[in-house]
Design a protein around this ligand. Structure first.
Ligand SMILES: [Zn+2]
Length: 50
């Protein structure tokens, strides 16, 4: 697993990570990034908007 924003890696998907579906693909964000951008993720804004 690789965080789509900061590039953090994990062997398997941690429960604290967030999955966002954008443009038909799945993006994953680590807990730090998910927390920082929770509102944007929940609003389904593309990460490019950030
Ligand atoms: Zn991250």
């Amino acid at each position: 697993m690789v965080c789509s924003r900061c590039g953090a890696t994990a062997d398997s998907l941690p429960v604290t990570w967030t999955c966002s579906v954008e443009n038909g693909g799945r993006l994953y964000f680590c807990d730090d990034c998910a927390r920082a951008h929770l509102r944007a993720i929940e609003s389904r804004l593309d990460s490019s908007w950030w």
